[in-house]
Design a protein around this ligand. Structure first.
Ligand SMILES: [Fe+2]
Length: 354
């Protein structure tokens, strides 16, 4: 009963999630007339006096708690993070994917084997590294890799454009992972993208903003991305699960062309395998104020790098080019690890994509 804002102990009432008149704040024991400004879905047990559209409702019981007017959410601030992959991580991934030995990479870079190995291990640029021959061998863009070597980070993405988007970064197994929560500000319907390691901060946000979690979209089934799925499904048993995994129950499997509504938001998906067989990128549009689309990409691409794909690198890279970097430049990219970025920034700076 109750869904955050407009919470009441009166029995038989639906979750009063639509915007309520701001002046309304009934005190304990006071009679109140509630003017509902948006549609309320009928729910089982809902009194007949609650109608679709603008309606006047007379409470049947004393309000136990004052209403909280659910205005627009405060602008999100996305945490500043270091890149998921250092220079050394990128070199090692590219070297193994191209079956290049450390000795051959060192020769191309004009370095001793010890100096090259230290650069891979530490991520610190070795003096006099010859980027052009090294990157030719490793199939990377030399100018973009050099920029990363000198400390490139994505510019501020302007988080305030998406008020109803939150990043939830949780830690486990010696790493951090990002999950994302989005919602419609009017209906308070919400969707979660991956779970991360810990459900507690997700539950806190759902409570804080009075949300009703309808969907859980999985970008891929690697353990760090779905670790908290148990407690989330336990708390919200009706949540609809969506996955690209061939091993998922049929009802949870994404079908070609399917789209999903989260209030006025629309969620479409694109298959981006390579890093994982079941890799999916979700594209969310319909944001209030015309904010750019948001792509939740899992580990298909990171700011300045991409998820490891080993022998499937050509497939992974091709899918990113086809399905992510083809999106409009201002599209926000929400990766499973590391900072948020945009399509335009990755086109200009990601060394895996010439
Ligand atoms: Fe992954």
């Amino acid at each position: 009963m109750g869904g955050g804002g407009g919470t009441t102990e009166a029995s038989g009432w639906p979750a009063l999630t639509p915007a309520l008149t701001p002046a309304l704040s009934p005190r304990r024991g006071s009679p109140a007339v509630i003017r509902v400004l948006a549609t309320i879905e009928r729910e089982e047990g809902c009194p007949a006096s609650i109608l679709r559209g603008e309606a006047v409702m007379r409470p049947l019981a004393v309000w136990e708690t004052p209403f909280r007017c659910l205005g627009p959410a405060p602008a999100a601030t996305f945490p500043r993070m270091t890149l998921e992959d250092s220079l050394g991580d990128i070199l090692r991934k590219a070297r193994t994917s191209t079956h290049t030995t450390p000795e051959a990479a060192a020769t191309e870079a004009g370095l001793t084997l010890a100096a090259y190995a230290a650069m891979e291990d530490s991520g610190q640029l070795a003096a006099h590294t010859q980027f052009s021959p090294l990157c030719r061998r490793l199939s990377l863009c030399d100018m973009k890799l050099e920029r990363i070597a000198h400390g490139w980070l994505p510019a501020d993405v302007g988080a305030g454009q998406w008020r109803e988007l939150r990043t939830i970064t949780t830690a486990g197994d010696g790493m951090t992972v990002n999950a994302f929560l989005v919602w419609d500000p009017a209906t308070r319907e919400a969707a979660l993208f991956d779970t991360g390691f810990d459900a507690a901060p997700i539950f806190a946000l759902i409570g804080e903003f009075g949300l009703q979690l309808r969907h859980l979209f999985i970008t891929h089934s690697h353990g760090d991305h779905v670790a908290a799925i148990g407690p989330i499904r336990q708390r919200f048993p009706a949540v609809a699960l969506h996955s690209g995994s061939a091993h998922a129950p049929a009802a949870q499997r994404l079908t070609p062309g399917a789209t999903f509504a989260v209030g006025a938001l629309q969620v479409a998906f694109r298959e981006t395998p390579g890093h994982a067989d079941d890799g999916i990128t979700y594209v969310i549009t319909g944001w209030p104020g015309g904010a750019p689309a948001v792509a939740v990409v899992g580990d298909a691409i990171f700011a300045g790098s991409m998820g490891g794909a080993r022998d499937l690198l050509p497939l992974a890279r091709g899918k990113v080019i086809e399905h992510i970097l083809s999106l409009p430049g201002p599209t926000l990219i929400c990766p499973g690890h590391g900072p948020l970025t945009t399509v335009a920034q990755e086109q200009a700076n990601n060394p895996w994509f010439p």
